[in-house]
Design a binder for this molecule. Structure first.
Ligand code: ADP
Ligand code: MG
Length: 367
């Protein structure tokens, strides 16, 4: 168990600034997920925590002790990589016990700790096999087993499920989560997959270009993204974005789209400034086929995608792509024009230029 503090961390690779200035606190026993597009600095951050990469500036503290100058082995951290890096000539048991052997543990102790880890990961029947005789999921479990035997203060995972097929990924997600519930060890887990982040994390850190966009619980970030970047990164299909200008008076606002049409917003934009250029976001599940004449807009449906339980209607309005997720199987055909109703309680507004969230007045939030 451990807390981790990153204070004004910087990392340069020659002239490339991978991390300009990053501060973050990881709580004791927390499952923290770093998520962001490829190249945003996730692995760099993780490798600095592990001690595999030097820091250019700032401090890393584990349980309040600054570890910048400690070697990886001294930090009591175990890291699981995307490429499992198992030794092919060793059995599962030998792979799992190898780091203990390097630490000069007794044979009896190694055997006991490997057996305990194998039990947790359901690897006991496989202890005598070589990695080549294992499936991808089993290899991934051995890689985790190697981390668990050391009973470290912190686990670091770098995209551990990327090499697995979709079904196995779902299964391993559940296994890693249940492992965390049992061991309660602090975990920092890196992924570029927002579904992994949403389903596994206690808190998510969304990164972009070496800096933190937002930190929060999965549902905090989903319900109240502080930037357009976070709004579009989390959720699938992703949030619809309509660009336009707020018009009217602060009490009776509308969004004027780029084609000149308008969407009346009787409540959601109350208190915002007329003339503001905004991007209005609405998630696919917060659009529905209009039955009355509440706020909404008309789209021409290009494609319908039945998923079984739901149907996606995909079309466009004023040059913006729109996806609407409707439960069941509505009778809508491609080419048809439909009016979509907006759930005003779930609208998001972002400044067009900066991408930053604009809050509606308290009045609107309460309504
Ligand atoms: N060893 C290295 N030498 C030079 N540049 C690197 C090195 N490792 C990473 N980078 C650069 O640092 C940035 C962050 O990379 P990385 O941490 O691997 O991103 P992620 O894991 O989020 O995909 C990228 O621009 C990448 O090209
Ligand atoms: Mg990476």
């Amino acid at each position: 168990m451990a807390t981790i503090s990153m204070r004004q961390l910087k990392k340069k690779y020659g002239a490339v600034v991978a991390i300009p200035d990053l501060s973050l606190e990881v709580k004791d026993g927390e499952f923290l997920i770093l998520v962001g597009p490829s190249g945003c600095g996730k692995s760099t951050l993780l490798r600095m925590l592990a001690g595999l990469e030097s820091v250019t500036g700032g401090d890393i503290a584990i349980d309040d002790e600054v570890v910048n100058d400690q070697m990886p082995r001294q930090r009591d951290i175990a890291m699981v990589f995307q490429s499992y890096a198992l030794y092919p000539h060793m059995t599962v048991g030998q792979n799992m016990g190898f780091s203990l052997k390097l630490d000069k543990c007794s044979k009896a102790e190694i055997k006991e700790r490997v057996a305990a880890a194998a039990d947790i990961l359901a690897l006991t029947p496989l202890l005598e096999r070589k990695p080549a005789q294992l499936s991808g999921g089993q290899r991934q479990r051995v890689a985790m087993g190697r981390a668990i035997v050391r009973d470290p203060k912190v686990f670091l995972f770098d995209e551990p499920l990327s090499n697995l097929d979709a079904k196995l990924r779902v299964q391993m997600r559940a296994e890693i989560k249940s492992l965390h519930r049992r061991l309660k060890t602090t975990i920092v887990y890196v992924t570029h997959d927002q579904v992994e982040a949403m389903t596994m994390a206690d808190r998510i850190v969304v990164m972009s270009a070496g800096h933190i966009e937002q930190v929060g619980t999965p549902l905090d970030l989903y319900d109240r993204p502080m930037s357009r970047f976070v709004a579009e990164f989390l959720g699938s299909p992703s949030m619809n974005m309509l660009t336009g200008e707020l018009i009217g008076t602060s009490g009776a606002m509308a969004l004027k789209l780029d084609d000149g049409s308008t969407i009346a917003l009787p409540h959601a934009a109350t208190g915002m400034t007329p003339g503001t250029k905004v991007t209005m976001g609405i998630r696919p599940e917060h659009l529905s086929l209009a039955t009355g004449d509440g706020p909404g807009f008309e789209v021409e449906v290009d494609v319908t995608e039945p998923t079984g339980s739901d149907t996606l209607l995909i079309g466009g309005v004023a040059g913006c792509a729109i996806t609407c997720e409707i439960s069941g199987r509505p009778k809508v055909a491609p080419g048809q024009k439909v009016r979509l109703a907006i759930d005003e309680a779930h609208l998001h507004f972002f400044e067009q230029e900066s991408g930053r969230r604009i809050e509606a007045a308290d009045l609107a939030l309460a309504g």
